[in-house]
Design a protein around this ligand. Structure first.
Ligand SMILES: [Zn+2]
Ligand SMILES: [Zn+2]
Length: 441
């Protein structure tokens, strides 16, 4: 408890009395007017966050801004959880504990949206190299919606009961931020949530439309590196060499058969070779070539089988080429978990959202092979749901369907969510979902 906490509690008692006097219907969703009233403040926050992105585990300015906001609203706020994360708790009477998570981090991407508030930030990354930074995944939008939801829930705390746990998680982008917060006692030092929610922006749905998917939703993701060895020499005398470029090229093509010929098509797998490096100039045959792969799967069995196929193919091609030594294959021993949206929770939320937002504005989404460390909270035993909010102007989606050229997606330097309807839709969905869970069964 701090001084700031006591003031809004007093205010809450005042509004509770008022509410009891008026005795209106239960609050199930915020009205457009309630969201419009806070929007200018939230949009200003969005623009500020967008202009000032920070990389994984460096989100100190971002965390400070958000912490100050929720503190002023009457939350108990802890900072530095899992290095740069924040936890804001509002205990508001008897009821379930519900966690709402936003990510804090941005990506090493040079922004090309042309927006007047585009990021021009250059930051030193963990290796000390200077890199442009952009909120290219929309985490600035998630933080803004989270802050708007916090404000509505705090200002109307006389209309719900329970414990709201707001989490600002660092380093979602491959940095292990969720695990860092859990290791730092997120579920032991703070109220353990009965449910965990998060909302991500999406490039396939109209702005403000909410997407849900019960069950497995996001894949496991593994980075695999293969270094193939040859015997270098003069480009004019390839007969004196073992050419690792040709060997690497054969491996790249042979690996395409892992998915097309070895895997049961009902088990989703992606094997992408995203990087291939070898050699210095055209008249030299190099000694080695390095391949970097991204492997996406949903189950440990399929993952193990895919890894075994990659090893067998790389070793077999090297042997066939007469390579002086077997390739070096570096694969992680364990993977991140797939995101599993608890089906009863997800369907319950979908029902409440459809009722509040209209059937046509809440749609079931397909699975994807991207990954998300939100999976960690479900893995820790808390029923979880990762929802999505469409962030594209409907006319742009129609044009994309007509031309066959997709709109820029998250992680693109041109990703620019349709600001106002997306933020408002996200706040509306988050508050509606929280109120559904706080209402109890
Ligand atoms: Zn991302
Ligand atoms: Zn993201």
């Amino acid at each position: 408890m701090n001084l700031l906490h006591t003031l809004p509690i007093t205010l809450a008692i005042g509004t509770a009395v008022l509410s009891a006097q008026t005795g209106g219907p239960p609050w199930t969703t915020p009205t457009p007017a309630e969201i419009d009233a806070i929007y200018p403040d939230i949009e200003a926050l969005y623009i500020d966050l967008h202009r000032n992105p920070e990389l994984a585990f460096q989100e100190t300015r971002t965390a400070t801004r958000l912490a100050a906001r929720v503190k002023a609203l009457g939350f108990d706020v802890a900072t530095g959880i899992g290095r740069t994360g924040i936890v804001a708790v509002m205990r508001n009477g008897t009821g379930p504990a519900v966690m709402l998570r936003t990510e804090l981090d941005a990506l090493p991407v040079e922004e090309k949206t042309g927006l007047p508030f585009a990021s021009t930030v250059l930051i030193k990354n963990a290796n000390g190299q200077s890199t442009p930074v952009m909120h290219a995944c929309g985490h600035d939008l998630h933080m803004s919606a989270w802050a708007g939801t916090a404000r509505l829930m705090a200002e109307h705390r006389d209309r719900w009961r329970g414990t709201l746990v707001l989490v600002g998680q660092p380093a979602e982008e491959g940095g292990g931020g969720a695990a860092a917060m859990l290791n730092d006692g997120l579920f032991t030092r703070f109220p353990r949530p009965d449910f965990a929610l998060s909302l991500h922006d999406d490039d396939t749905m109209p702005a403000g439309t909410i997407g849900y998917h019960p069950g497995y939703f996001r894949a496991m993701s593994d980075a695999v590196t293969i270094t193939v060895y040859g015997r270098g020499g003069h480009a004019a005398m390839p007969y004196n060499t073992v050419d690792p470029i040709v060997l690497a090229a054969r491996i790249v093509l042979a690996l395409q058969t892992v998915v097309s010929r070895e895997n049961n098509p009902v088990d989703p797998v992606v094997v992408t070779i995203g990087s291939i490096h070898g050699g210095t100039q055209g008249n030299i045959i190099p000694d080695e070539v390095r391949l970097q792969l991204s492997v996406r799967t949903y189950t440990p069995e399929v993952r193990a089988r895919t890894f075994a196929a990659i090893r067998r193919i790389a070793n077999g091609e090297a042997a066939a080429a007469g390579a002086p030594r077997a390739p070096q294959i570096d694969a992680p021993s364990s993977s991140n978990a797939p995101v599993y949206n608890d089906p009863p929770l997800t369907l319950r939320l979908a029902g409440a959202l459809k009722k509040a937002l209209g059937e046509q504005n809440v749609v079931e989404m397909p699975q994807k092979m991207t990954s998300e460390d939100f999976a960690e909270y479900g893995l820790a035993g808390v029923p979880s749901a990762l929802l999505h909010v469409g962030a594209v102007a409907p006319a742009k989606l129609t044009a994309a369907r007509d031309t066959g050229i997709p709109v820029p997606a998250p992680h693109s330097p041109e990703w620019a969510p349709e600001r106002e309807p997306t933020i408002k839709g996200a706040i509306r969905a988050e508050v509606t979902a929280l109120l559904e869970l706080f209402r109890g069964n």
